[in-house]
Design a protein around this ligand. Structure first.
Ligand code: MLT
Length: 264
């Protein structure tokens, strides 16, 4: 499915009926990363996945990207689908976008799941690493980015024993254009510090983290859970950064029970 939003062709998929849940994907992936959640949850909820600008089947113009712009695109999709309020699930970069969305459009958020993400902005060292990765993307293409990212996204055991999952993740990364990858890197490097936002979040919130997550470790998840009032935390064993793909069973159960509680 495609919609024209803020002048861009944006790809999305919706399936199921009931409470709308909008899933925001990680860098540098696409809406395809939510396949196990669509399969498990669409019998009970209205599941909406989106290829953020710069990803998958959405437009990826060579220009300036910001997380606020991604938040505006998500709001445009809600309007397109006539959804006033939804539950959101954002993983990693999807979580950063969810913070940007909440800052601008809190009245559209019924509840949120912050998965394998963090509230802090990039350090100077982190920004420099983004610059370096953008150069790799520009000079060597998405497959070289996949070489760097896969060990950050998946646990060593998954990489060793689940070649089909590794291949799926690589294919998502390689399906993106360099313009979108570099655009994300610039957008993430420039993102605001969301720590001051945490104690202003009033909607039901659940935090999920893989116990082996390296880019956004459990300590970042505990920090968010301590600061956001009434937030609950689920730590998923034997999962790293892409906990929804490595351990979809516990991830889906955490989302399902959160949504049922938040909408009761
Ligand atoms: C992601 O999974 O979205 C990225 O690891 C986030 C980041 O690089 O900060």
């Amino acid at each position: 499915m495609q919609a024209t939003i803020n002048g861009m062709s944006i790809a999305y998929h919706e399936q199921g009926r009931g409470v709308p849940i909008v899933f925001l994907h990680a860098f540098p992936l696409s809406r395809m990363m939510w396949a196990p959640q669509e399969t498990a949850l669409a019998s009970q909820f209205r599941i909406i996945t989106i290829d953020l600008r710069g990803h998958g089947e959405s437009d990826a113009p060579l220009w300036h990207y910001t997380l606020d712009q991604a938040a505006d695109d998500v709001r445009g999709l809600l309007d397109h689908l006539s959804i006033q309020r939804a539950i959101f699930v954002g993983l990693s970069m999807g979580g950063y976008i969810l913070f940007a969305f909440y800052r601008k459009y809190a009245d559209r958020v019924k509840g949120m799941v912050l998965a394998d993400t963090k509230a802090q902005a990039d350090t100077d060292e982190g920004k420099h690493a983004r610059f370096e990765m953008a150069q790799v993307a520009y000079k060597q293409g998405p497959s070289a980015v996949a070489d760097i990212m896969v060990p950050k996204l998946l646990s060593p055991a998954t990489i060793r024993t689940r070649p089909e999952l590794v291949q799926q993740v690589r294919a998502m990364i390689e399906g993106n254009q360099v313009s979108g990858i570099a655009g994300d890197l610039m957008a993430m490097a420039a993102r605001a510090d969301s720590l001051p936002l945490l104690n202003q979040i009033t909607c039901p919130t659940h935090i999920i983290v893989g116990e082996l997550d390296l880019p956004t470790p459990p300590s970042d998840a505990h920090l968010m859970a301590d600061e956001i009032s009434h937030a609950r935390l689920t730590v998923i064993p034997q999962a790293a950064h892409l906990s929804n793909l490595e351990q979809p069973g516990p991830f889906n159960e955490a989302v399902r029970s959160f949504v049922l509680n938040a909408t009761r």
